[in-house]
Write a new protein. Structure first.
Length: 205
């Protein structure tokens, strides 16, 4: 490639970068409005001032990694989605396990709202100590893939094995744990605002 070719390639890369940077502000505003979060609440969550957040959304402040990382964490989206980075064409899904206490949680969806799906791995005898029931906003659906799961739900004490399913409103006090000597794998659907998965079955003829 000659000097002119290199210059043209550099100009294309520069235009692509500029387009990505210019698109960050509107994308941040849309994401915040979609999640119904105020600038003040976002500032408290991220430690970034309201004025800086406002300038980011309006394009008056250039996005930096130092600013975008806490925003990606607050919105629970990958950094690439936040900046609208061009897709590489790789069809593989790159799952990133997260550790929540003693559990390993693998997010299976990248969406920011609605019903979300996870795979959870409960280590043996997890969590330890006396079960502590808690309640919160949402609706949950659990499917045991392997092992056994203990679910305390209100007055119910349930032992779930492979292939068994439980669904419940998380306003009901509950506790989930593995009291066996083997790892338990669970598929979980969770609607943070109480959304439920819509299941359709074939009509009986």
């Amino acid at each position: 490639m000659g000097a002119m070719g290199h210059d043209q390639e550099a100009q294309r890369e520069s235009r692509t970068t500029a387009q990505v940077v210019d698109g960050v502000g509107p994308r941040l505003r849309t994401l915040r409005q979609r999640q119904d979060v105020t600038l003040a609440a976002l500032a408290e969550r991220t430690g970034i001032s309201v004025s800086t957040l406002s300038r980011l959304e309006s394009g008056q402040r250039k996005p930096t990694l130092e600013l975008l990382l806490p925003l990606a964490q607050a919105y629970q989206v990958p950094l690439d989605d936040l900046v609208g980075a061009p897709r590489t064409g790789d069809p593989r899904v790159h799952l990133k396990p997260e550790r929540h206490g003693d559990r390993v949680v693998v997010p299976l969806t990248r969406r920011t709202g609605g019903v979300r799906s996870f795979k959870q791995l409960f280590p043996p005898n997890s969590p330890g100590g006396e079960p502590s029931l808690r309640a919160h906003e949402g609706y949950e659906w659990l499917y045991v893939l392997s092992g056994r799961l203990r679910l305390l739900l209100g007055e119910h004490d349930l032992d779930l094995g492979p292939g068994e399913v439980a669904e419940f409103d998380t306003h009901t006090p509950h506790w989930i744990g593995n009291v066996t000597d083997e790892v338990t794998e669970v598929l979980c659907l969770y609607g943070p605002q109480g959304e439920r998965a819509h299941v359709r079955s074939r009509p009986v003829s």
